[in-house]
Design a protein around this ligand. Sequence first.
Ligand SMILES: [Zn+2]
Ligand SMILES: [Zn+2]
Length: 280
Amino acid sequence: MRPLGVHTSIKDSILNAIEEANYLQCDTIQIFLHSPRIWKIPEFEEEIIEKFKKQISENGLSPLVVHASYLINLISSNPKTIHSSRYLLKREVLMAETLGADYYVIHLKDNKEMQNEEIFDKVREAFSKIGKLQKCKILIENTAKSKITAKISDLFETFRNIKTENLAGVCIDTCHLFAAGYDITKKETVLELIKEVKKSGDFSLIKLIHLNDSKSPSGSGIDRHEHIGKGFIGIRGFENFLKIKEISDLPLILETPKKTPQDDIKNLTTVREILKRLES
Ligand SMILES: [Zn+2]
Ligand SMILES: [Zn+2]
């Protein structure tokens, strides 16, 4: 069975994320290291870090994924933003490494004024400045709208051009994929998607799936997550997508809306039911 988990909250302590994951019977988790909309990143106490690592391993939560905060923009036209983004990126990735994370997932944003070559150079430089990592690897996530990461062939092209040792592959988010124009409710689209992956990259470069339904129609370019089965992708769309045999071992992480833990339980149950149906 593929590992299934959710993006869990670190509200009072990073240990909260593990508690939440256990309550939801997750196999894998994703966390932010701090509030993703502020530049400040706190240091964790040594004791908390040790506890966190111990509990992750005792509970067999794998992979451990850290999501980059939203402010980081490595390809901004403003040098000041690039400077602060590189600083925060390095801090976050090194913290992820300290916590024993397997992956650090980042969205690259977009910059219409910048040539692709310059974009790739800027990102490569930022990733290189982190230094050599032992365990944690960076993944670039597809986005709903961007000239470098929305189309899957563009995402692979971006990956290939950045190519540094800290970068291991890509993460595919189903909501972003759908919003970018891949209407996976149609079987033909899924077949075309498989072809595109094989032609422009390789399935082995996809390391993680973010499983989210979409509040916006396919091709809208709008990134708004919805509960599994309740959006435009719907159960049928997820069945079509999860049937792709080349991704059948990949970890699935939900980033669906949540007001209460019940929301996560409902979404996880829906996904488990889909997976069960696909296996039988
Ligand atoms: Zn995502
Ligand atoms: Zn999103």
